[in-house]
Design a protein around this ligand. Structure first.
Ligand code: NI
Length: 210
């Protein structure tokens, strides 16, 4: 992966060129990231231990709510970001939306093996490259997977935890993860794209969101 940092009119713009990573490699990277002895140390004094939150599943109504924009990134939002990343890594997932931990705010975390993205009020501002179909699962829908069409490339804009606008250019699995997580903010689940016959039953261990 190559990161390019460029100047822009409205603060930092980070363009990320994502090199396709095979799922096997991602799995092994993720294993190394499970239970890292981390604390939320970047935001100043008195680092607070992260907490693993309960992931809402199935018919929980919060999963169908339209999440609200975050007007201000305060300590509570920073703690939520920390907890969401911890919860995602603990569950061996590659993305998590705040609604999945019962908080109807427009916040996502994504890590497909190329580093953690934390985004507040994320939006997809551009799609390109046509669509590709690949298998997806969701930590909120254990035991099922299905083939979902997604845009190959997306540009995502949002705020980082410092409240700065960032823009991310993503492709393939990373683009898919952003599309899946941003869908959660509008109450959309991957199964909404599928006919009942296209939903595949798998073991809970195989329900890895990607
Ligand atoms: Ni999901």
């Amino acid at each position: 992966m190559q990161r390019l940092r460029q100047g822009t009119r409205q603060g930092a713009l980070i363009a990320v060129e994502f090199i396709e990573v095979k799922f096997i490699e991602i799995k092994s990277l993720q294993v190394a990231q499970v239970h890292p002895e981390r604390t939320s140390g970047t935001s100043g004094k008195g680092s607070v231990l992260m907490s693993i939150r309960i992931i809402r599943t199935g018919d929980d109504p919060v999963l169908r709510q339209r999440a609200k924009p975050v007007p201000l990134i305060n300590k509570a939002i920073e703690k939520l970001l920390d907890d969401m990343a911890e919860t995602m890594y603990d569950a061996d997932g590659i993305g998590l939306a705040a609604v999945q931990v019962g908080v109807a705010k427009r916040i996502i975390v994504v890590d497909v093996g190329s580093g953690l993205y934390e985004l507040v009020n994320p939006e997809i501002v551009e799609k390109s490259g046509g669509t590709q179909v690949a298998s997806e699962g969701c930590l909120s829908l254990p035991g099922i997977r299905g083939d979902v069409p997604r845009s190959v490339n997306v540009t995502v804009r949002g705020l980082n935890r410092q409240g700065e606008e960032v823009e991310i250019k993503a492709s393939d699995l990373l683009a898919r993860a952003f599309q899946h997580e941003i869908d959660h903010l509008d109450g959309i689940l991957f199964t909404d794209y599928l006919k009942p016959s296209e939903i595949v039953r798998v073991s809970e261990r195989e329900t890895r969101q990607r």
